[in-house]
Write a protein that binds this ligand. Sequence first.
Ligand SMILES: [Zn+2]
Length: 220
Amino acid sequence: MEIDEAKRSLGALASLRGESQELREARNLYTQAQEERSRLARHLRALELDLEELREKIAGAEAMLYGGSIKNPKELSSLEQEVRSFQRRQTQLEEEALEVMARVEQVEGEQRAQQAELDRLEGAWEQSQSQLSEEESRTKALLHQLEQQRAKRVARLAPEILDAYEDLRQRKGGRAVAAVEAGACRGCGVDVPPRQIQELLGGAGLVYCSNCERILYLKD
Ligand SMILES: [Zn+2]
């Protein structure tokens, strides 16, 4: 029964291995923020390229406007309009770039908090995993020791007794023997007749509970 218990513990410990839901979620959040930052950085680069192109266009148009080569008032006025339209677009893009930069700062702040939380959870997780490993090794050592003890005891048993024991263990939920305490079987609670108590005291052969069929023994 102690062997069964040790095996159950090992199963339970194995199920505790692996990352917790909390840790996986924290890592997901951090990854999402990372992706958001990359997306914002791409957006900002695209805006900067557009702005650079606009600045060149404005510079070109202004050079023509003030260069003195164009005399026609109609042409000059349409060129002026063009410059103003470029400048409006420039202002829009610059505002957009500022918004993106503000968002980058916000995401960076969030990410710092997420990083701290992730570090904390990972630290706790590593500690719990190492405790788990220690407990696992202890339980494995115990199991090994118990199995050796069992093998020694089994070697001393007559085969028919071992067969009866194994058969009962299977049928009785892993518990083949029951103590007799205060005249009653501890396996099922039913009184053991005095005749059987005498047999137990005599120590000759196995005595079975007449109710639950378990092998009885007297508790000192
Ligand atoms: Zn019984």
